[in-house]
Ligand binder design. Structure first.
Ligand SMILES: C[S@@+](CC[C@H](N)C(=O)[O-])C[C@H]1O[C@@H](n2cnc3c(N)ncnc32)[C@H](O)[C@@H]1O
Length: 218
């Protein structure tokens, strides 16, 4: 919620998305991408769900990965296509315009070593989030790893109280700016368990506002 309302606002102008995210998070958006990138090896088959303007996908390809990048917004993907460098590596990017649930029909026969979900889960209603996680689990190779970067609903009581207060305070400005209900991801652990997944590592950034979860099949 601390970043979600502003993030949805920033998404309204895709051409400025990356720069604004970087300044809004005081550089932590880029730091989170670098941390996720450190888990990518040359030759990895990577699926980036909710790839946005493709900044992460392009970095993965530069590192030698084969990338399939999915997003529901054509405006975001237009910026992505403009950002792809004219290099042979660019041929390793497969851009798919579809929603995270519909990708099952398009990619069902493929398997990935790494699946990235960076700042998308909080934008999804709970049932779509569950279906997306289940689908990702089915697309993940047996030895593969999922990486989630997001703002999670806090576990500590004092932080939960603070978040509830902020939610009440920010609800109206958020709604006026973005016309959506935005809040951090609630109940991720149980949704991962239902999808047959488990968290194997967790890193906090931006004073705990952003979490990076590394996930494997259980
Ligand atoms: C905040 S942006 C994150 C972009 C990028 N992953 C990043 O780390 O900066 C969220 C992206 O998720 C996409 N998105 C939202 N709901 C989606 C869905 N159901 N299926 C696919 N993409 C979705 C939006 O279009 C947007 O590009």
């Amino acid at each position: 919620m601390l970043i979600y309302g502003l993030m949805k606002f920033v998404e309204l102008v895709p051409s400025r998305y990356d720069k604004r995210m970087e300044s809004m998070t005081l550089g932590n958006h880029g730091r989170a991408h670098d941390l996720m990138l450190s888990r990518i090896k040359p030759g990895s088959r990577v699926l980036d769900v909710g790839c946005g303007t493709g900044s992460m996908a392009i970095k993965c390809v530069d590192k030698g990965a084969d990338v399939t990048a999915v997003d529901a917004s054509m405006q975001m993907l237009d910026i992505f296509k403009r950002n792809i460098p004219m290099s042979p590596a660019a041929k390793k990017i497969n851009i798919v315009h579809c929603g995270s649930v519909a990708m099952g029909q398009l990619l069902g026969s493929e398997r990935f070593d790494v699946i990235i979900l960076s700042l998308i889960l909080g934008e999804l209603p709970s049932d779509i989030r569950s279906k997306t996680l289940q689908l990702c689990a089915s697309l993940l190779d047996g030895e593969g790893r999922m990486i989630i970067c997001d703002e999670l609903w806090p576990k500590r009581l004092w932080k939960r109280i603070l978040y509830h207060l902020l939610f009440v305070l920010l609800f109206i400005p958020n709604f006026v700016l973005t016309r959506t209900m935005v809040r951090p991801v609630v109940g991720i652990e149980s949704q991962l368990t239902q999808a047959g997944l488990k968290i194997v590592a967790e890193t906090s950034l931006f004073s705990g506002v952003l979490s990076i979860l590394e996930i494997e099949k259980s």
